[in-house]
Design a protein around this ligand. Structure first.
Ligand code: UTP
Length: 298
């Protein structure tokens, strides 16, 4: 079945990047000069999604304002005759059909997805987490998962090949033996949360892109709070294993993390270097830096 909708959960507290996120939503922190959530919405739109549902919470109003019309700003730009920036504003405001729903308290990613139940209805939908950005200018990551779902049905989760010593940082796929429906798509037997390298069933890690069937909602309602007292999306998906196909799809593209200060900074730098208008200045600055003295790094 065709995927028309996508959910972006954005109701987390963002504690790893405090104090930046005390009053500003994590999703509004810019990478180069654009809020993170705008890249995520662009990925959904470029994947063919028609309706985007953002799950927010208190202190997240800036997300709604960003995608709303801004008459004062538009008037000021019109007075200055800055048509380029006026066009940019219009592109943001007309990017997609966006609905907002609230999660009353941060009870976990699974609980956030449940909040979108009525807006999604009885159809498959994409999920994009703003902590993960995937760059693929030809075929966005979500589009790749949508193609698998539209061909094979079931739930499809983006899989990243990680070095074995990093399995502790991720949910890791336990795969069915034997070939999957195509060389990059594998049937999932189980999901293991943050396994030690010697206990990890594979090197393929879950990242924040999914296509889920509406069956996930009933599964999440039955899911008891797990790690940290939160309703985990992974636990909900695990209860679907055996009742419908769950696929891990090794997407093509470059994945960037933004959820902690170091990854946020390095991702911001990488995104600035991808921009023809910003890259020369950033490169000049990097070239001007004295060579790093290893002893100073300790
Ligand atoms: P994270 O755990 O990575 O984000 O959740 P967080 O909770 O905001 O950040 P830290 O760990 O405190 O630094 C992954 C995604 O799920 C959303 C978050 O907004 C993030 O996009 N989320 C998480 C919710 O919407 N609600 C929740 O209750 C938890």
């Amino acid at each position: 079945m065709r995927v028309r909708k996508a959910v972006i959960p954005a109701a987390g507290l963002g504690t790893r990047v405090l104090p930046a996120t005390k009053a500003i939503p994590k999703e509004m922190l810019p990478l180069a000069d654009k809020p993170t959530i705008q890249y995520v919405i662009e990925e959904a739109v470029n994947s063919g999604v028609e309706h985007i549902i953002i799950v927010t919470s208190r202190t997240k109003r800036a997300i709604e304002d960003h995608f709303d019309e801004s008459p004062e700003l538009a008037a000021a730009l019109a007075k200055k005759g800055d048509q380029r920036k006026l066009d940019m504003l219009r592109r943001i405001e007309e990017m997609a059909q966006i609905s907002f729903t609230r999660q009353p308290a941060p009870r976990g990613l699974g609980h956030a997805i449940l909040m979108a139940r009525d807006l999604v209805g009885d159809e498959p939908f994409g999920v994009l987490l703003g902590d993960d950005l995937v760059v693929n200018d030809e075929r966005p990551c979500l589009r790749q998962l949508m193609d698998v779902h539209e061909r094979d049905g079931g739930c499809v989760i983006a899989a990243l090949d990680v070095p074995r010593e990093q399995t502790r940082l991720y949910g890791v796929f336990d795969l069915e033996p034997g070939p999957g429906p195509d060389p990059r798509t594998h049937r999932v037997r189980d999901l293991v949360e943050k396994p030690a390298p010697d206990a990890a069933p594979s090197n393929l890690a879950v990242i924040g892109r999914y296509v889920l069937t509406p069956d996930i909602f009933a599964a999440l309602e039955r899911t008891a709070p797990g790690a940290g007292g939160e309703i985990q999306l992974t636990d909900g998906i695990r209860t679907l294993i055996g009742t419908e196909p769950i696929f891990a799809h090794e997407f093509t593209g470059t994945r960037y993390d933004t959820g902690d200060p170091v990854s946020y900074l390095t991702t911001s730098l990488a995104f600035a270097l991808r921009r023809p208008d910003l890259a020369p200045g950033v490169k000049a600055f990097l070239r001007s830096l004295p060579p790093l003295d290893e002893t100073e790094l300790d």
